[in-house]
Design a protein around this ligand. Structure first.
Ligand SMILES: *[C@@H]1O[C@H](CO)[C@@H](O)[C@H](O)[C@H]1NC(C)=O
Ligand SMILES: *[C@@H]1O[C@H](CO)[C@@H](O)[C@H](O)[C@H]1NC(C)=O
Ligand SMILES: *[C@@H]1O[C@H](CO)[C@@H](O)[C@H](O)[C@H]1NC(C)=O
Ligand SMILES: *[C@@H]1O[C@H](CO)[C@@H](O)[C@H](O)[C@H]1NC(C)=O
Ligand SMILES: *[C@@H]1O[C@H](CO)[C@@H](O)[C@H](O)[C@H]1NC(C)=O
Ligand SMILES: *[C@@H]1O[C@H](CO)[C@@H](O)[C@H](O)[C@H]1NC(C)=O
Ligand SMILES: *[C@@H]1O[C@H](CO)[C@@H](O)[C@H](O)[C@H]1NC(C)=O
Ligand SMILES: *[C@@H]1O[C@H](CO)[C@@H](O)[C@H](O)[C@H]1NC(C)=O
Ligand SMILES: *[C@@H]1O[C@H](CO)[C@@H](O)[C@H](O)[C@H]1NC(C)=O
Ligand SMILES: *[C@@H]1O[C@H](CO)[C@@H](O)[C@H](O)[C@H]1NC(C)=O
Length: 874
């Protein structure tokens, strides 16, 4: 019996609609989420009733406490318990009885909007059920400029369109789960090396100590068309929080970059929520407030970021800055309003659970409420099980993201093999357990998650060997294994020579810059498999004519040493699947799920083929990284430079075959001209006179006699009397509030202009899903091909369906740096070529959209043509 993903999903959806724990909200219900004006009205009413120090409390984490610093805005007078948040994109970081989901990488490999939404809805629901108002997730920066980038796996794909869809669905899902999605990291944060002074100098991996985090140069067009692109999707989907990143851009820290935060994010994109710093990414008090940062992480006061010492760039410093006029009071009102608007937007003023665990890795039952002060020892973890039926969604993501790279003569699916040999450390459990190293900071046993703050604790980890054994026993298959990559040649040779099929497992890990493994300082130092992986595969292949390679990795690995070996009959890329790893793999190995993943990046033949890399040695005390390649990263570069990849972007095989035919291009409306953002009436809610100016007495901001001060706690109060002078005066640095445009930019950008339809037929023997991909050539110096649409379609064997993909104005637009707006290229006289295919190089159908006439003229209806290409190879 073929169990399709739809069955699993249906099951999952039924469970979701009627959850045992009651924490799931079905997709259509968006109560308390989706109306910013209402949220702003409530926020304004709340904030205008606050005193100066109460508002400051909202903006500044108190630096110690139950959620280890991630606690804001305790306002006793209003009975407001404050807000708490925690990482991560894979689950609730540092908790127990919560799920460990697949990485963002796998969400991208699935190309499945519904699964992305569902896993992230589960993630949001779990954060909420633990009592967390926000989750520091999902991640779209790094985008993945260099394949070595340590945190690429937390994010989706170097293709901005795929990333935008995945990021948008993730945001919508998490917020439907009830928690504020804090999208991160904003922006141009593409490597771990030199992101922080303290970290870099402590590790000492540079020849000399750096003085500031690296700075990135990136031209405006590249910035808009690649790195900023997915943020449009997120804002349009209602993202309520953003985290600014560690790096500098054009010599200014992102967290005090007026252009990036005020003008672009809050202005051009119409972002309505708040911007928070990362741990140590705030580098100033006044400048960050004026540039648009709204919330600060725990206790940061030096460029090196020092946590837990009870000092802060904000807190009392912000109180003082408002009192002496350095930061206008409206800016503080705006900060507080944005934070509270996010809270109301998510409907958190009703029935929100209390924080019921310690957060930040403290999952023992008892602990200090104020850990830095070692005060108030009590029960801090109530071990609430928040997992619901999320395991089903995670298993479905794992199975439907696995990407089949090679499958000679239908080696897979397995058909009751007589004997299986399982080889490689990556196939089995770690002897230290799945959570044996803090923040997954070691690579032992099977790899199902990268390291750093994008990790979470595994409630269990189904390793491949366990799942294969359980499945194989049903067929009376004999299962032998060797889990040692280094010293077991004799044992390996002996089992693989006997086996009907040998499954050899290899991996490659990476993570966040504060952890180093085997000289990988977050970023990968090479693109090969770890731990003698290549040699292991070659050893098995030399002795077994039916060798299947399974790869768990954070990104592409080089496969040239073995991929063409005649005894390597199949290869699967499984990414980082999370807790259900082995089950997801078995679903595909045995054909219960037909593989349908496609690569979200290119697998090159050499490292140099990519044309981009991490900067590993500082080129100055403030390392400078210039994105000179512009738009040409990943497949855009391979295509332009004429480099043959091993496996191209979008590639992935199936157990069945598909036929594409009959392309139709239908014009839906006239190509539009982007209306400049400035011509829209500001939609926000922002108003410099948010609240009437506070009347302040020293008693409103000096330390109250009624509170006994907890050591290392960040209070909003001043210890000395300060004369309140110039607050009402205009600030000397004439900062103006950004005129916020519509949410997600001009609405025309999202208007569908063309409907592209074609026939897709399953011509094989089993049902399966195909990801059909739409590529365009926009001329004007743009890449030869870029993805601008995709559809994942389930088809039973023999069935044919019409698939439709819409092209929106954004999809046909380039960024005009002179006029600072998006322009549909057909209005520039460009004829757009388009292709539909099974990958970026397996193009099946070709069409074109004719130029629409002169620049800035609303176009008359124009012709569109379509042809079928000679069928190319699969
Ligand atoms: C600020 O928060 C702290 C706890 O985090 C609380 O003790 C204090 O009363 C709050 N201050 C105001 C003015 O609400
Ligand atoms: C770099 O800084 C670290 C401490 O942060 C110090 O131990 C080391 O000596 C410094 N190295 C150089 C080359 O200055
Ligand atoms: C960096 O500065 C250059 C030169 O002023 C400008 O063209 C570019 O848009 C800036 N990049 C970003 C990302 O702000
Ligand atoms: C205020 O900020 C400065 C850094 O600008 C820091 O040295 C100082 O400790 C902060 N004060 C408090 C009370 O946190
Ligand atoms: C695949 O099967 C065909 C027909 O049985 C055979 O000729 C061919 O050698 C096989 N290829 C491999 C790589 O095993
Ligand atoms: C565990 O993994 C680390 C690398 O992450 C390696 O150095 C160490 O040898 C491994 N330990 C064992 C017992 O395999
Ligand atoms: C690449 O790095 C990994 C992890 O540090 C290491 O195990 C492997 O041996 C390296 N590959 C090569 C070819 O040196
Ligand atoms: C393929 O495997 C067989 C053992 O089944 C072995 O004899 C042969 O040498 C292998 N081929 C290669 C190219 O290693
Ligand atoms: C970055 O590289 C571009 C293209 O080579 C160059 O025009 C620009 O001046 C460089 N920017 C910096 C800040 O060096
Ligand atoms: C603040 O001023 C009042 C009145 O001038 C004085 O009594 C009090 O001691 C001052 N407090 C501090 C902390 O300087």
């Amino acid at each position: 019996m073929l169990q399709t993903v739809s069955t699993i999903l249906l099951f999952a959806l039924q469970v979701l609609a009627d959850p045992p724990g009651g924490s799931f909200t079905p997709r259509i219900v968006t109560k308390g989420y989706g109306n910013w004006s209402e949220a702003y009205e409530k926020a304004r009413a709340f904030v205008c009733d606050l005193t100066l120090t109460e508002k400051v409390n909202l903006t500044t984490a108190h630096g110690t406490g139950v959620a280890v610093g991630y606690s804001f805005g305790v306002i006793p007078r209003k009975g407001f318990r404050g807000l708490a948040w925690d990482d991560s994109p894979t689950g609730v970081r540092g908790s127990d009885y919560s799920s460990a989901g697949a990485a963002g990488l796998n969400l991208a490999m699935s190309w499945d909007r519904e699964l992305i939404y569902l896993q992230m809805m589960a993630n949001g629901a779990e954060h909420k059920a633990k009592g967390l108002n926000g989750a520091l997730a999902p991640v779209v920066g790094p985008l993945g400029r260099a394949p070595e980038g340590g945190r690429n796996f937390e994010s989706y794909s170097p293709d901005p369109y795929l990333s935008g869809i995945a990021f948008g669905e993730s945001i919508a899902g998490m917020q439907a789960g009830g928690t504020i999605a804090v999208g991160k990291h904003y922006i141009l944060y593409e490597q771990e090396h030199f992101r922080e002074v303290r970290e870099t100098n402590d590790f000492g991996y540079s020849p000399f100590n750096i003085t500031e985090p690296y700075t990135v140069s990136c031209d405006d067009r590249t910035f808009h068309e690649l790195y900023l692109w997915p943020w449009y999707d997120a804002v349009q989907k209602g993202m309520a929080g953003v985290m600014c990143s560690y790096n500098q851009v054009n010599g200014t820290q992102t967290c005090q970059n007026d252009h990036l935060m005020n003008d672009i994010l809050k202005g051009e994109l119409g972002f309505q929520g708040f911007i928070t710093s990362d741990d140590g990414s705030q580098h100033s008090g006044i400048a960050s407030a004026l540039a648009g940062m709204d919330v600060t992480g725990p206790g940061e006061t030096s460029p090196n970021g020092i946590d837990g010492l009870g000092i802060s760039f904000w807190g009392p410093n912000l109180t003082l800055s408002v009192l002496n006029g350095s930061v206008p009071e409206w800016r503080l009102d705006d900060m507080a309003t944005r934070i509270m608007a996010a809270y109301y937007y998510l409907g958190q003023d009703h029935d929100f659970p209390d924080l019921n665990f310690g957060g930040g890795g403290t999952y023992p039952t008892f602990g200090f409420i104020y850990p830095n002060a070692k005060l108030d020892y009590q029960q801090i973890n109530f071990h609430v099980d928040v997992r619901d039926a999320h395991a089903d969604v995670i298993r479905a993501v794992g199975a439907n993201s696995i990407t089949l790279l090679k499958n000679v003569n239908n080696t897979l699916p397995l058909k009751k093999p007589r004997q299986i040999a399982v080889v490689g450390e990556d196939a089995g459990p770690s002897m230290y357990g799945p959570n044996g190293c803090a923040d997954r900071g070691c690579n032992n046993g099977t790899l199902a998650m990268g390291w750093g703050s994008g990790s979470t604790n595994f409630p269990y980890l189904v390793d491949p060997l366990a799942a294969i054994q359980a499945r194989a026993l049903r067929d009376r298959t004999e299962v032998q294994y060797v889990l040692n990559n280094f010293f077991a040649k004799t044992q390996i040779d002996s089992i693989v020579q006997q086996a009907t099929v040998s499954l050899v497992f290899v991996n490659a890990d990476s993570g966040e810059g504060y952890i180093e493994i085997d000289n990988n300082f977050g970023d990968r130092k090479n693109l090969t498999a770890w731990g003698r992986g290549d040699d292991l595969i070659k050893e098995v292949a030399a002795n077994c004519s039916n060798t299947v390679v399974v790869i768990h990795a954070v990104g592409p690995i080089l496969m040239e040493e073995w991929i063409d070996h005649p005894n390597v009959t199949a290869a699967l890329f499984a990414g980082l699947p999370g807790q259900e790893s082995g089950n997801s793999l078995v679903d595909v190995l045995y054909g219960d799920v037909t593989p349908s993943g496609k690569l979200p990046w290119t697998v090159g033949k050499t490292r140099e083929d990519y044309g981009t890399d991490v900067l590993y040695a500082p080129n100055a005390p403030v390392p400078h990284i210039n994105f000179t390649e512009g738009l040409f990263i990943d497949y855009r570069h391979f295509d332009k430079a004429g480099i043959e990849p091993r496996f191209e972007f979008g590639f992935g095989l199936s157990y069945t075959t598909f036929e594409y035919s009959d392309l139709h291009i239908e014009k839906l409306s006239s190509p539009a001209v982007a209306t400049p953002a400035a011509s829209y009436a500001p939609q926000t809610t922002f108003n410099p006179q948010i609240c009437p100016s506070s009347k302040l007495n020293p008693s409103d901001y000096t330390f109250p006699s009624t509170i006994s001060s907890i050591p290392n706690f960040i209070y909003p109060y001043l210890n000395a009397n300060v004369t309140y002078t110039s607050n009402a005066a205009a600030p000397s640095s004439s900062i103006a509030p950004a005129p916020a445009g519509p949410q997600g930019g001009p609405p025309e950008l999202y208007a569908p202009l063309y409907s592209i339809s074609f026939s897709l037929k399953n011509t094989g023997e089993v049902s399966g899903q195909e990801v059909s991909q739409l590529y365009v050539n926009l001329g004007n110096g743009e890449p030869i091909r870029q993805l601008r649409g995709f559809n994942k379609t389930m088809l039973a064997a023999g069935v044919e369906k019409t698939v439709t993909i819409e092209l929106r104005m954004r999809d046909l637009s380039i960024w005009d740096v002179v006029n600072q707006e998006w322009v549909d290229v057909t209005t520039l006289g460009t004829t757009v070529e388009l292709w539909v295919g099974a990958s970026s190089r397996d193009l099946k159908l070709k069409g074109e959209i004719a130029a629409a006439g002169g620049y800035y003229q609303a176009a008359a209806a124009k012709t569109a043509t379509a042809t079928t290409l000679a069928t190319s190879t699969v």
